[in-house]
Design a protein around this ligand. Structure first.
Ligand code: GLU
Length: 306
């Protein structure tokens, strides 16, 4: 069971297509469903019309999803239930500190409200107590990961001061509700995964398999992103067919004989080439080894997901 979860902050680009195609193919090859979720949690970052265009784009590329589209903006009750559960099990605490105060402390939460609110300071956000020991998880491409969340920023926010649930909690609650077993997405989200793994544990939910695909970069080495004005995916021929070919080539799944062929044909051929035990090519084979060898390539700096 897989999913693609774009943020509606702009049109999809080649990097998004790699994540969409990668998650689609792996889900289909293991015989699972593939869902589409629109991560529209953060109203100021939602661009009007962007999600509709994203849906039309996926259809134009032959990437048809199962079931109804899930919109995070409609999932408030599920997030509230998870927040209540985390509070009841003592994993979270109310916090009065502002972003500016945390920034002034060096960007790492200094634990000011961990043992209770300081008298006279009202709660603004809700934070999760991160474990003192590094969190470990296996990524199919990058190998074993260890993230020291204390170093990475400390106790992280699960409900923001404006009342909006924070991205890691929403993603975990939604992926678990959909029954997602393979999370396939760009390596720029690798750093965001440690907090999610902790949340799976705190909520006693089964952890999915992670594949963080190497990101697509420009000739100058910069990551493609909606924010940096990456070209929107073409919706018509021949650009569409060529772009799908480029995305499949990035995943090591392109067949040169099919360069420019109709998208359905390219997808069917790629599907036949996917070996779920070695996806993407160069990934750690399943069953997951106890210890990974060296990490290939350099890992991009993490970004703030929506
Ligand atoms: N919506 C998130 C983003 O584009 C990705 C969510 C995910 O794949 O976990 O930043």
């Amino acid at each position: 069971m897989g999913r693609f979860a774009p943020s509606p902050s702009g049109p999809l680009h080649l990097g998004s297509l790699v994540a969409a195609v990668g998650s689609y193919l792996l889900a289909r090859v293991v015989g699972g469903r593939w869902h589409l979720r629109i991560d529209d949690l953060d109203p100021p970052r939602v661009v009007a019309g962007a999600s509709d265009l994203q849906l039309r784009t996926l259809e134009a590329y032959g990437l048809f999803w199962d079931g109804v589209v899930v919109y995070q903006s409609q999932r408030g009750a599920a997030y509230e239930a998870a927040l209540e559960r985390l509070a009841a099990t003592g994993h979270t605490f109310p916090c009065a500190c502002s972003r500016a105060e945390v920034a002034a402390a060096g960007g790492r939460y200094p634990g000011t409200c961990r043992a209770g609110l300081v008298a006279g300071r009202p709660a603004r956000s809700v934070r999760l107590r991160v474990p003192a020991t590094p969190v470990a998880f296996m990524d199919r491409w990058w190998g074993e990961q260890r993230q020291d969340l204390t170093e990475q920023g400390g106790d992280f926010v699960v409900r923001r001061a404006d009342g909006v649930v924070a991205y890691p909690l929403a993603v975990v609650v939604d992926d678990a509700a959909l029954g997602v077993t393979e999370v396939v997405r760009g390596a720029d989200l690798l750093e965001a995964t440690g907090p999610q793994v902790v949340l799976y544990r705190c909520l006693s939910l089964p952890l999915p398999t992670y594949v963080h695909l190497p990101v697509v970069t420009t000739a100058a080495g910069a990551k493609l992103s909606k924010g940096s004005g990456a070209a929107p995916l073409p919706l018509t021929s021949p650009g569409r067919e060529q772009t799908l070919y480029a995305a499949l080539a990035h995943l090591g799944l392109a067949d040169p004989a099919l360069r420019g062929a109709p998208v359905a044909e390219q997808l069917a051929a790629a599907r036949a080439r996917v070996d779920p035990a070695r996806f993407p090519l160069g990934a750690r084979p399943l069953p997951i080894p106890a210890r990974a060898a060296t990490v290939e390539g350099s890992r991009p700096a993490g970004r703030e997901p929506l």
